[in-house]
Structure formats: structure tokens, C-alpha cells
Ligand binder design. Structure first.
Ligand SMILES: NC(=O)c1ccc[n+]([C@@H]2O[C@H](COP(=O)([O-])OP(=O)(O)OC[C@H]3O[C@@H](n4cnc5c(N)ncnc54)[C@H](OP(=O)(O)O)[C@@H]3O)[C@@H](O)[C@H]2O)c1
Length: 294
């Protein structure tokens, strides 16, 4: 252990909590761990962690307490009975949840005299400790800055703002992007796979195409912010014609079309709202005003 490094407690040693504790140990942080199923602490103790016998002992061991359990119900099951011991500590909650749950947890922590940072981990356990991986935080800026060097042991710490709900909000937005992109890639792999093209052959082209798509996002972001969508590259009308080719090719090969049909219906709604000659960015008008709200 490195005497210059801040002592940290990790509560919750599932796949993610164990990776967090491991990254802290790798960086020389004196690390105390606790988990409901005590056996999961053993590999970390072998690497130099100290296992606490109970949550209170774990919290009392360090000024910074990182919590990473399944959900907020589990978080409160563990911390509510020992909330008094959080006074003067910094609680960094890396448990996934909603912005509303983060607001509630921040108020709860404050009421017990603790500083609170909410966080979201934008990687899987093998990526923890890699400085390229984003760790999103929200909560008081001064608290974040004071603990940035410790948080940097886990990945690249990004502070999104004082509102504690922001990390969860971005997390949900980014996961939605991930699921849409990965499902689109799998749909493409199923389509070319119907012609015996291995996914491994399709994927380098898919990755190169995604790089092109990131350029579209950069072009469209200012259009979204301005609410003006000049159809000077590809219009919604053009995209609707193109997605018909995808629907046809997939249907002819027996590939499920639920995803492209959903995408086409959103494009059709944009067209019905008068955005046929506009850029694809105009689809946001439909997303902001779902049909039931119009
Ligand atoms: N895995 C990922 O790739 C990933 C990525 C980003 C964010 N996350 C988030 O990280 C959090 C943990 O995920 P994980 O992958 O580590 O899950 P996991 O391996 O299933 O671990 C769940 C953890 O929660 C504890 N737990 C569950 N219910 C509990 C209860 N009622 N009381 C006390 N402890 C309880 C478990 O304790 P026991 O060991 O005793 O069961 C374990 O420590 C989740 O919020 C997840 O969304 C995970």
C-alpha cells in the first residue's frame, strides 16, 4: 500500500465491485471491502485488501466509501441501518439507477452528514482501471475535485454537474445509444449472414461505417440545438426510401424486421409532421413529442 494514497472502502463485491476494489489495490490505495456474501472478499484480501466484518466497520475504515451493489433497494438494505456512521464521509454511489433515485440518495446522504457523488460506469469489469474508460460523476464540484485523484484509479473521471441525477441521466442516454447501435449491427450481421458472410468479415466495415456515422452526429448536434434542420445532405424522404430496401432484403432472407420497421415508423411520423424535406436530425421533434402527448 502507498501511504500517499487515500484509504477507500468498497461496499459490494459483485463482478463490478470486485473490479473497482482491484483497481484501487493496483494503484496502492489502502482498501477495505465488505460484501453480503463474505467469500467474495477472499481474492481481494489475497491482493492486500482488508475485509470488514460488517458495513459499519467498513464505513468507519475510510474517508471515502464506494458503493456498488445490484440496485438501490440493496443499497438501502446495506446502508440504512448504519447511516449514522456516514457522517463526515464521502459516499460515491456507483450503483446503477434513475436520476430520481440519485436525487433521493443524495438528500438521504446529506441528511446523515455525508457528501455524495453519484456515478455511472461506462465499461464492463475488465475495463475498470483503464484510463480510456469513462466514469461519469455528478454532485458537488468541490467534492469531485477533492477526490479526483482517487477516482482516477478506476478510469477517466468526468464531472457532469452539481445535479446528482446527471450521471444516471447520461448513463441511460448512452446505454440507449449502445443498445440501438449493437442491435443495428446484429441485424446487419443477420442480414449478411443469411448469405453466409461471417460476422467477422462484416464487422470491420461496420466499424468503419460507425466512424462515418459519428461525423453525422457532429453535423446534426448544432441542428438539434438550433431547431433548424436543413435537408442539404440527406432528407427524411430519402431515408424512408432507403429503409424500404433494408426491409425488403431482410424479409426476403427471413430476417426479423421489428427494428427497421420501428425506425421507419419514426421517420414516417417525422414526415407526417412536415419534416420530409428536412435532415434526419428533425426526427428529434417526433421523439420530443411522442404521439400520445401531441
Ligand atoms: N457488470 C457490469 O458490466 C456493470 C457495468 C456498469 C454498471 N454496473 C452496475 O454495477 C452494479 C453492480 O453490478 P455487478 O455486475 O457487480 O452485479 P453482481 O455481480 O450481480 O453483484 C451484485 C452485488 O450486489 C449485492 N447485493 C444484491 N442484493 C443485495 C442485497 N439485498 N443486500 C446486499 N447486497 C446485495 C451482491 O451481494 P452478494 O454477492 O452477496 O450477492 C453483489 O455484491 C449494478 O448496479 C450494475 O448495474 C455493472
Amino acid at each position: 500500500m502507498n501511504a500517499d494514497r487515500q484509504a477507500v472502502t468498497v461496499v459490494g463485491l459483485g463482478s463490478m465491485g470486485s473490479a473497482l476494489a482491484g483497481a484501487l489495490l493496483d494503484r496502492g490505495h489502502p482498501t477495505t471491502v465488505w460484501n453480503r456474501s463474505a467469500g467474495k472478499a477472499r481474492p481481494l484480501v489475497d491482493r492486500g485488501a482488508r475485509a470488514a466484518a460488517a458495513p459499519r466497520e467498513a464505513i468507519e475504515a475510510s474517508p471515502v466509501v464506494i458503493a456498488c451493489v445490484l440496485d438501490y433497494a440493496a443499497l438501502h438494505t446495506v446502508l440504512d441501518p448504519v447511516a449514522g456512521s456516514l457522517a463526515g464521509k464521502v459516499l460515491v454511489n456507483l450503483t446503477s439507477g434513475s436520476p430520481e433515485q440519485a436525487h433521493e440518495a443524495a438528500a438521504w446522504a446529506r441528511s446523515h452528514g455525508a457528501d455524495y457523488l453519484d456515478g455511472a460506469i461506462m465499461t464492463t469489469p475488465p475495463g475498470v482501471g483503464d484510463h480510456g474508460m469513462m466514469f461519469l460523476y455528478s454532485g458537488p464540484h468541490a467534492v469531485f475535485e477533492a477526490h479526483r485523484p482517487t477516482l482516477a484509479a478506476l478510469g477517466d473521471p468526468l464531472h457532469l454537474g452539481a445535479d446528482p441525477g446527471l450521471a444516471s441521466l447520461y448513463d441511460s442516454a448512452l446505454l440507449g445509444l449502445m443498445w440501438a447501435a449493437m442491435t443495428g449491427w446484429l441485424h446487419g450481421a443477420a442480414l449478411v449472414g443469411a448469405e453466409k458472410v461471417p460476422a467477422a468479415d462484416f464487422t470491420p466495415l461496420a466499424i468503419r461505417w460507425l466512424t462515418t456515422v459519428t461525423g453525422f452526429l457532429t453535423t446534426y448536434a448544432p441542428q438539434v440545438d438550433a431547431g433548424r434542420y436543413p435537408g442539404d445532405d440527406a432528407t427524411v424522404d430519402v431515408q424512408i426510401a432507403a429503409i424500404d430496401h433494408l426491409l425488403h432484403a431482410a424479409k426476403a432472407r427471413g430476417v426479423d424486421n421489428a427494428l427497421p420497421e420501428l425506425l421507419k415508423s419514426v421517420m414516417e411520423s417525422a414526415k407526417a409532421a412536415g419534416h420530409g424535406p428536412d435532415s434526419y436530425a428533425s426526427v428529434i421533434e417526433v421523439l420530443r413529442k411522442p404521439v400520445e402527448a401531441r
